[in-house]
Write a protein that binds this ligand. Structure first.
Ligand SMILES: [Zn+2]
Length: 280
């Protein structure tokens, strides 16, 4: 098993059959942000992974699923939303080009890096109750770029964030799923925005995987991709926390954990369009 750094991702995607490769943006360091797309019609679904540097097992899972899935409907997969952060976590600060020196200054261990190249946490940068997220960060003493949990100076300030919101605005997805790690949990609500069919699908995904259904937090955190999608579209949006342990999870965890994630993604993609799309 190899680390899914940028070179690995590019080579893997080159060998995938049956997918159209769309470049939906560029990271701060100029790496391509890629969406794999196939199929047509409804439901139209998105799976996105690799938001956080240390969570590269999710990149492996998204790529493997792209190779294996035989799905109907219309599917988009973004295997790595944050390729610069993933590269830093795997291969070190020197991979961050013009941002390398600053990154090394604000973090003493590249293996703990979660943010993008300039220290913005992509999953705090989506425009969903962003002021609340910002206040929470300040309460935690985070007011400037950091290896984790700094949401930027304004929502949607980062090219990686805008690539995803832009894709959603263009594609009109019926539901989305964000892969993170870790915890073996499925989050499905934000500010009471989830429709009933979202809760039902989350319960089915929990059942097939053994993952826990996370209870909605009393004080919504916000700033995350699924938060934004739920609030903006009132359609199902999920965060799945892959694996159990301490990030970064070791590569050796992948083969044992992947079948659970695969079961979740199969269920997510295949859910009957009829029972999941009424009530729009
Ligand atoms: Zn994460």
């Amino acid at each position: 098993m190899q680390y899914p750094d940028y070179r690995y991702q590019v080579n893997y995607i080159r060998r995938l059959k049956r997918w159209h490769v769309h470049v939906i943006g560029q990271s701060l360091c100029g790496r391509n942000l890629v969406a794999l797309r196939r199929g047509s019609g409804r439901p139209r679904v998105l799976i996105a992974a690799g938001f956080h540097g240390t969570e590269y097992l999710t990149v492996l899972a998204a790529l493997r699923f792209a190779r294996e899935c035989t799905c109907g409907g219309s599917v988009a997969i973004v295997p790595c939303v944050n390729p610069d952060g993933t590269e830093i976590a795997i291969n070190g600060f020197q991979t961050a080009g013009a941002y390398a020196a600053r990154a090394a200054l604000i973090c003493d261990d590249h293996r703990r890096w979660q943010a993008n190249a300039r220290g913005v946490d992509i999953n705090h940068n989506f425009p969903a109750c962003w002021e609340q997220v910002k206040q929470r960060e300040l309460d935690m003493g985070i007011s400037s770029p950091s290896c984790t949990r700094f949401g930027g100076y304004r929502p949607e300030s980062e090219p990686e964030t805008r690539a995803i919101t832009g894709l959603c605005r263009e594609a009109d997805f019926d539901r989305v799923l964000a892969l993170h790690s870790q915890g073996r949990e499925i989050y499905w609500d934000f500010e009471d925005c989830a429709p009933e069919r979202g809760r039902e699908l989350a319960a089915r995904m929990a059942q097939v995987s053994g993952y826990d259904l996370a209870q909605p937090e009393l004080i919504a955190t916000g700033g995350g991709f699924k938060d934004w999608f739920l609030q903006k579209y009132r359609r199902p949006g999920f965060t799945v926390e892959m694996g159990k342990g301490k990030n970064p999870l070791p590569l050796s965890d992948f083969e044992a954990e992947y079948p659970r994630v695969r079961a979740i993604l199969d269920t997510f993609i295949r859910a009957e369009s009829t029972d999941l799309m009424n009530g729009e």
